[in-house]
Design a protein. Sequence first.
Length: 256
Amino acid sequence: MNKKDISLQVYTTRNFKPFTDVLNFISHSGITNIELFGLETINLNNFKKYINNYKLTCKSSHVSFESLIDTSDIIKRAKSLGIQNIIVPAPPKKGNNFEDQFSLDEEEWVSFGKQLSSYISPFEDSGLTLGYHNHSFEFKPLPSGKLPIQCIMEHNDKLKFEIDLGWTIAGGANPITWIDQYSDKIIACHLKDFFDENKDMLNHANQSAVGDGFINWRELLNSIRKTNCKLFILEHDDPVDYKNYILKSIKNLEEL
């Protein structure tokens, strides 16, 4: 895999400061594109200055579902940074724990999917895409046998998909099945790996550099390259050493 095709979700580096040093390292690693999170709250002027200084592009961003209510502001912010793809990474906030957001019954999943799809038109009209990013929970069958990911994606052909390949596996699914199922929807993917498939994959300590874990990346990348996927994005939810994670992941991917 060519280094220029590898992006990084900066959620990976959120616990490391100062941010300018992080961006400087990312730029010197050879990565040229980052994926943002929290577009709805960042200081646009500062962030624009940072990415220009470090010669980085930002083609996609995660935003909260709740922020879509102010659609025009999200679109304006995206356009100011050259962002083309807006990605919602979870249902609305609920409960005290992150996992609580995914504790929905089938009716609630369907309702969420319909609400998400209802926002597509203004993004499309502005030349942007709106999509969803999965975690593991969307691949846990509901009592009917239907999967939450199906409840989300079935309402509008124009709803895009950023498939997190690692989380899909953590949910007990075969990612190739869902790459094939949503080949027309996939515009980006997250590359996430795990040391041991027999240990808890929701434990962030089990996440490895991409290529250091058990996932067959050659097979998955060969499959996803048959889709419209344009962004191949590294993500680790809580690395001890983000520099080592990035450099090892790049090295392993370049050798594929």
